[in-house]
Every structure is written in C-alpha cells, then in structure tokens.
Write a protein that binds this ligand. Structure first.
Ligand code: ATP
Ligand code: MG
Length: 411
C-alpha cells in the first residue's frame, strides 16, 4: 500500500455476512433507520470508520457514522430531521431523540497542493477558505482518505457485508495501527493524526506499526502546526477514553508529550515522583470512566496538571504572592501559555483556577462556614480534587475525614 489514493479501482476484500460477527442487533436503531432509508431511495449506504472497527472487536461503539453516495442536498430532501453542518466539508446531522447520526458523502482524495492549479480550483472567494475538501468521491477514495487502515472499513446495509479496501481486516487481526499511505505525508497533511495513533494504540491495546512510529518520532514537532481548538478536542479524547494511562505511555515513548504540553512535559522529566503522580491521576481517570462517572474538562485539567500547578504556586509564594494569588495565577499562567498549542476555553481555565483556590478553604478547615462552602456549585469538583490529592499523598487524613463526615451528615 504505497499511495493513499489508488489510481485504478481496486478490488476490496469483502466478508459476506456469515464470515463476520457484526450483527444489526448491535447497531443503533437510528443508524439502521438511516441506512435502510438510503438503501430504499437507491443510494449506497455504509457504516464507516470507528463503528465498524469497534463492532468487529466486540467493543461498544461510541457512535455510528454513515458514508453514502447521496449528496448533502439529497440527504436534506430525504430526511426531514436533517441539518447540514460544516464549511470545509458539508455533513448531514440526522437528528433522532437522544442521538445524532452523522452522515457524509463519500469524499474524494485531497488534491496535491503544490500546483497553482489546485489552489485556484479549490479556493473559494470571499474569505479564502480552502474548499478543496468538498469534492465527492467513490467509496474506495473515501476509504483511502481515512487515517488508519482499521478506521477505513465499511459495513454495507445492502448485503450486510464488510468491505475492506486498505487492509484493515488484517491489521485488526494483527492488532496494528497502520497509516494509510505514506506516514510522513499523512502526518504532515494533518499532524493531529499522530496523537490519534497514540489514542487508538492505547485504547485498543494495539502496536503502532514501525513506519508510522518512526514517522511520528520524526514529525512530532509538527503538532505545533495543528489548530489549537482541534487539539483541545483531541486532547480531551486522549484522557477520557478510559485508557488514559496506556495512551500516555504512547505519548511518552513517541515523545509527543513535549510538543503537546511543553512546560508540563519538561517539569515531569526532572523528577520521577512527578511522573508517578501523573500516572496515578491517569489511573484514577480510568477508574472513573469504568464506573461511568463523567469527568468534565475542568476537573480533568485540574487533576492532570494539579501537582504542576501546586509546584508553580509554591514558586509564586516564595516570590511574595499570597497563597490565594499563587493558586490562581499558577493556573492562569500555565493554561493561558498552553493555548498557543491547545486552546483551553477561558471558562474552563477559570474553573480549574477555582478548584485550586478552593483547596485553601479545605485547609483552613473547621471554623470557616463549611456548610456554606458545601452548598457552593464549585464545591464538588474542589472536594474531588482534595480527596484525590489527600489519598495519593497520604496527607490531610484528618481534614479529609472531617469533610467526608460533613458531606455524609448533609446527605
Ligand atoms: P472514536 O471511537 O474515538 O469516535 P473514531 O474512529 O470513530 O473513534 P472519529 O474521530 O469519530 O474516530 O472519526 C471517525 C472516522 O473519521 C475515523 O474512524 C476515520 O475513518 C475518519 N477520521 C477522523 N479523523 C481523521 C483524520 N484526522 N484523518 C483522516 N481520517 C479521519
Ligand atoms: Mg467516532
């Protein structure tokens, strides 16, 4: 597989229904409805990407994305409950109660951008937004545009077969994350794919194929070129996937951690104890995820960077700041600085800062209107941080017992 776009039509590997384990029972009713409706209207309709991968691995898919030869306009006519979104590439969101089925028209390959011609053909007028993505293609072209072979499988509703153009079935068997096409080219085209490789390897317990791995090590600094808002979305997925520790392992071995979280990564390098704290945090995230507890972004960032923020705060206190100022400013300095790479929304930064400044209220302890603090909407996050930190460092045992007792008498 040398090129992401094969010039002549390629014969896919097709697994007929008796040859695979994917059953309609495990596909959401909403997705099935969309697939059948498209089929009945005469269109090709596939489940694509992560949904097929997870069904084949007997995992519970997060969602089901559909790929079809119906255009966005045709989709709008077929489905009343449809909203078109996206500027670079128009997608349809088909809305059901409690579920959105993302439906995309098969996409054509990204044209080479080295020719002037392409720039002109694919650039729109007013804001210069590059629209070259909005070119429709064949199922094969759509498969080859995807990131990894295991993410490029289709499930067809017409005969319930699995269609594999890129070798994804074999890589699922071998437990390998393999880039479609030349890794250097694909990672340069979209550097976020590098952290996606780490996420899939960590989550699925797969290896990153050697060429892809070496390419990440070579290209890791290109992560700085990715859009910071997209990085924020992908970073959350890294730590909310239920396998944060395993994902972190891949981020460390490939050294993606440095271009992603520069200051934090340097700080970890200086002392193994710091590393251990981070690992414990990641394990905690995994436990919460297994218990189906939703950790929102502010708590995630507060915990992940907690020890680092406490360290920065100590430096600020030494330089003359009050403990409150130090707790607040350490968070703001670090997270605002990080925004050039990973754009943490302002509101989230304020919430992280609240979690850290509120730690002082636990430490002040008993006499200071604890009941009022407990009624405050920021209390629970602050308490979760306090409890985690007390247990991990084996400190504040008495205070923790006091606050836990108060919470129990309240409920
Ligand atoms: P998850 O289960 O975490 O949602 P996923 O594989 O469904 O994993 P998504 O981010 O939801 O991942 O993307 C859906 C599909 O779109 C992927 O499976 C892949 O085929 C394709 N895709 C997503 N991001 C990229 C990218 N950066 N480059 C190429 N293809 C991509
Ligand atoms: Mg998905």
């Amino acid at each position: 597989m040398s090129s992401p776009v094969s010039k002549s039509p390629m014969k896919p590997v097709i697994l007929a229904r008796p040859e695979h384990c994917v059953s309609r029972k495990n596909i959401s009713t909403a997705a099935i409805k969309v697939l059948y409706r498209l089929r009945d209207e005469g269109y090709t309709a596939y489940i694509a990407g992560g949904g097929v991968r997870d069904l084949l691995l007997d995992r519970h898919p997060k969602d089901f994305d559909i790929a079809t030869d119906a255009t966005p306009e045709q989709l709008r006519k077929i489905f009343r409950n449809c909203r078109l979104i996206g500027r670079r590439f128009r997608l349809a969101h088909i809305l059901f109660r409690g579920e959105i089925i993302e439906t995309a028209t098969f996409r054509a390959p990204v044209p080479e951008t080295d020719g002037e011609h392409n720039e002109k053909v694919f650039r729109t007028g007013e804001d210069g937004q590059v629209m070259r993505d909005n070119v429709f293609g064949t199922p094969e072209q759509d498969a080859f545009r995807r990131d990894f072979t295991i993410n490029a499988l289709f499930y067809s509703i017409s005969d319930f077969s699995i269609i594999d153009y890129t070798g994804g079935l074999e890589d699922l068997e071998k437990k390998i994350i393999r880039v479609i096409g030349d890794p250097d080219k694909r990672f340069t085209e979209d550097p976020v794919r590098m952290i996606r490789a780490a996420r899939f390897a960590g989550t699925l317990g797969f290896e990153i194929e050697k060429k892809a791995y070496d390419s990440i090590c070579r290209n890791k600094d290109k992560l700085a070129l990715a859009a910071p808002s997209r990085m924020y979305e992908e970073v959350q997925k890294l730590f909310f996937c239920g396998h944060a520790r395993e994902v972190f392992h891949w981020l460390e071995t490939t050294d993606l951690l440095h271009p992603m979280f520069r200051d934090f990564a340097h700080w970890i390098d200086e002392d193994k104890i710091r590393h251990d704290w981070v690992i414990q945090t990641l394990e905690q995230m995994g436990r919460w995820r297994k218990a189906n507890l939703r950790v929102h972004p502010a708590l995630l960032f507060a915990l992940l960077f907690g020890e680092y923020h406490e360290f920065l705060a100590q430096q600020l206190v030494k330089a003359g700041a009050s403990p409150f100022e130090a707790a607040r400013d350490s968070v703001h300095q670090h997270l605002h600085g990080m925004c050039t790479n990973v754009r943490v929304p302002k509101q989230v930064i304020y919430q992280v800062s609240d979690i850290m400044t509120n730690q002082l209220r636990f430490e002040r302890g008993k006499g200071k209107k604890p009941k009022r603090f407990m009624q405050h909407k920021a209390f629970l996050d602050a308490f979760l941080y306090f409890k985690f930190s007390a247990k991990t460092h084996n400190r504040n045992t008495e205070l923790l017992a006091y606050w836990t007792g108060l919470r129990e008498t309240k409920s």
